[in-house]
Design a protein around this ligand. Sequence first.
Ligand code: GDP
Ligand code: MN
Length: 317
Amino acid sequence: MNSRIKTNKVNACIVVLARNNELYQLKSSMRQFEERWNKKFNYPYVFLNDVEFSEAFINQTSSITQSETKYAVIPKEMWSYPSWINQTKAAENRKKAEQDHVIYGGSESYRHMCRFNSGFFFRHPALLDYDYYWRLEPSVEFMCDIDYDPFLFMKKNDLYYGFTISLYEFEDTIPTLWNTTKKFMKEYPHYINDDNSLKWITNDENNYNLCHFWSNFEIANLNFWRSEQYIKYFEYLDKEGGFFYERWGDAPVHSLGLALFVNKSKIHFFNDISYSHPPYQHCPIDKEFHESGRCHCDPNKSFDTDWYSCTEKWWAL
Ligand code: GDP
Ligand code: MN
């Protein structure tokens, strides 16, 4: 039993979408996550899966943390085809995408995953009681101590979204996402924030430059995703069918939504959280912090200033 006194001050949880066969990769993530941070704060975990979690998964993930752990299955309607999708066309397009070597182009489950993360996780029944979440994936690393509560930081500063890595998307996964987004902006101009981040995501010709926050790490406010403008945007995208006919990722969808609808000051770069999701990592380069945080990453390998990163562009904003 968890006999520790709850120290968490924010109504927040750690969200993990995972498959049963990722148990060991996930335990590896959890081990560092606990050691570097959560054992000091004891935020609860919510594990989500499109099928039932196995007994082994439940036993082993709950025994690696002192925190409360909850396990929930995703309702069918959040992980299936909407009625308007032509599944024959979707299957043909998957085949073609696979032949064209589009990353995850042939995968049906990956598309359901991206659609779920784009439009549904924040309204999954198991998450309805929470305001903030930290997304955690299998096979990630946290290489420095985190000695404060990022949730409290988010709440105190009324931030909506925190990231550690940003980069360019593969264009062939989202051929029509930008045009669809432009149509949406035309139809719903009142949703566009005056202090938006459009400059970060567009080039001189006003096309999408493919920049996005890498969504495998997110510390964010669930209520932003639940907002009228974001839900409308998601539904608009969903109607177009690009989650299935193309391979729209939740990362560009989240990023475009944020860029359009929120004040740019609501988005925070967590420089002090080291994070690795192969093949990229963010490692703090400040020497003093590197030592005080007992980091085990190489600051020279931090992705921030790589040509493929969009983070310098973000700083310029
Ligand atoms: P990548 O990071 O884009 O290479 O994709 P991942 O394979 O890491 O998937 C992203 C997240 O969704 C991870 O947390 C996976 O565990 C999870 N995920 C992906 N596909 C499925 C699936 O079919 N079922 C479940 N339950 N989780 C999935
Ligand atoms: Mn991943």
